[in-house]
Design a protein. Structure first.
Length: 539
């Protein structure tokens, strides 16, 4: 995975060039960063990362080693996360104006305000036309043609938890939201959305809850026109970065900035908003660009925390990752694997012998100690097709969450359910697998459901965050509990099989379902035409 080389230097946040060449490859950086995070936990594991010769197919086991190491050594988990973040900041480069420096050094310059601005930004403010919160309960979650509110939402949250679709802590958080409608007047917060136009982002919901929103996204007029439409239908105040231009130029053509090339401009503009910021990382891109975006978002979040101790951070974790899951959740997966039908056991045993045990591996292999008395388990839901760049991008966010929480900043990091977003469905294997995920006990959500669900959990965490960081608050049993609590994994943690080892078969089943549905759609008009012909003949 190489960034394209050209006669002119690549500008902005880039990977380091290989020694003696102009090639900027992501793999050496990913290995270097993961090895640095593993070193405080397991020196041998760190060396194995650097020596891995089949990186593209074997990277999941190395990311799993980090979770296993952090789980076994709670006292070293935060230090390991800090080491990974520091390694990323030192390895990645900021290239601009003929200079090439580490992102770490660039951040110092951003903080000092000594970096020249290439795209000075001003503020354009959008104000919603609604003057108050919607009548009734402000939280309404669309789900399968219904709009869940109040008691119906609480009932559905409990049902999801019983089925193993979300954690019981997530269900309780939603019930708390139902019981506290006053939480959803967000006029006292300043919410920074990095990737405001994201398909799974919370903008639509926040725009109905009187939020003060600082919206950052790419300079694309279509994106900003859509954001303006959302703002007009809501009751929020949305602040948009715009460049100076003649009065005849529409603001949508001057709005936005690219995190990868205009990072110092965005950092400088964010300083114009006084007080603590609630900074959410929601940007997404394909391939190596996603990892660079994750680093850019991390830089802004780190600056926000440094400049105000009351700033908070928010992340959407992916279900397709490696996690330490609670004992009761792991027990469900173990029971489902143990109690699967005899025919399935026989067929899978034969397949295992024929393929060297590559398929239908158990999702949970064993319980492992997590502390003096508690136990946990490691669930590996990484999908090879998403690649190591994506895996590290999401790991950087988990590391930042752990480090910020340890420093006293309230952090909202919740695992989002598998969702049929356009970015996910662009991967054919995953898209096909989602078509038949229900066969294995996984529920795939529609984007509008996920958006509302995760926005509600963010509000919950914002309102509960001050209590979590109070001096007399009980410390979590393990740092990784921050990530497992409130998870809406869609069933990835409770299924029988490691998702990656069942995906080829689920994908085939999904393709068959899609083919059957296409046949039905093609037959239906023919049947209707025959029926219409019969009616005409009868007349």
């Amino acid at each position: 995975m190489t960034q394209p080389s050209a006669t002119t230097p690549v500008q902005g946040l880039v990977f380091p060039a290989a020694k003696g060449t102009s090639q900027r490859r992501s793999t050496p950086t990913v290995k270097q960063v993961l090895a640095a995070a593993l070193a405080p936990l397991d020196a041998d594991a760190a060396m194995q990362v650097q020596g891995e010769t089949h990186w593209r197919t074997s990277y999941p086991r190395h990311f799993k080693r980090w979770v296993e190491g952090a789980l076994a050594q709670p006292g070293a988990a935060v230090a390991s996360a800090q080491a990974g973040l520091e390694a990323a900041m030192k390895a990645l480069r900021w290239s601009a104006d003929g200079q090439d420096m580490s992102l770490c050094d660039a951040l110092d310059q951003f903080k000092a305000g000594s970096t020249p601005l290439s795209r000075p930004l001003q503020t354009h403010t959008l104000t919603g036309h609604r003057s108050a919160l919607d009548t009734g309960h402000p939280l309404a979650i669309p789900y399968k043609g219904r709009l869940l509110t109040g008691a119906a939402l609480a009932e559905q949250a409990r049902a999801w938890a019983v089925r193993g679709i979300i954690e019981s802590s997530a269900a309780q958080a939603l019930i708390d939201c139902v019981d506290n409608p006053q939480w959803f007047d967000l006029s006292d917060r300043t919410l920074v959305l990095l990737g405001a136009g994201s398909e799974a982002g919370p903008l639509k919901m926040l725009s109905r809850w009187r939020a003060n929103i600082v919206a950052i996204d790419l300079p694309r007029p279509g994106v900003w026109a859509r954001i303006a439409s959302i703002a007009e239908r809501g009751n929020a105040v949305i602040h948009v970065p715009v460049t100076q231009a003649g009065p005849q130029t529409p603001w949508t053509e001057r709005a936005g900035a690219d995190l990868l090339t205009h990072l110092p401009d965005i950092a400088h503009w964010l300083r114009s908003f006084k007080g603590p910021l609630d900074v959410a990382a929601h940007c997404y891109a394909d391939g190596e660009r996603h990892l660079r975006l994750a680093a850019a978002m991390d830089a802004l979040q780190a600056l926000a925390c440094q400049e105000n101790p009351q700033s908070t951070l928010a992340f959407l974790a992916t279900p397709t990752d490696v996690y330490a899951v609670p004992q009761h959740t792991a027990a469900i997966s173990l029971a489902r694997f143990r109690d699967r039908p005899l025919l399935s056991k026989l067929l899978q045993r034969g397949l295992s012998v024929a393929t060297g045990a590559r398929f239908f591996k158990p999702n949970v292999e064993a319980m492992v100690p997590k502390g003096a008395s508690a136990k946990s388990a490691v669930v590996d839901s990484l999908v090879i097709q998403q690649g190591p760049n994506y895996a590290l991008a999401k790991r950087l966010q988990q590391w930042r969450a752990l480090v910020a929480r340890a420093a006293g900043h309230p952090v909202s990091i919740n695992v989002a359910p598998p969702t049929e977003t356009s970015s996910v469905l662009s991967n054919r294997a995953i898209a096909a697998g989602y078509q038949a995920a229900d066969v294995f006990g996984v529920e795939v959500f529609q984007p509008e459901t996920t958006t509302a669900l995760m926005a509600a959990l963010w509000v919950h965490d914002l309102r509960r965050g001050a209590q979590q960081t109070a001096p007399d608050a009980a410390a979590p049993a393990h740092p990784l509990d921050l990530i497992s609590q409130g998870a809406c994994h869609g069933g990835f943690w409770t299924v029988s099989y490691c998702p990656r080892t069942a995906l080829p078969f689920v994908a085939v089943l999904g393709l068959l379902r899609a083919f059957r549905a296409a046949i039905k759609r093609s037959i239906k008009p023919m049947r209707q035409a025959r029926q219409q012909t019969k009616l005409l003949q009868a007349e």
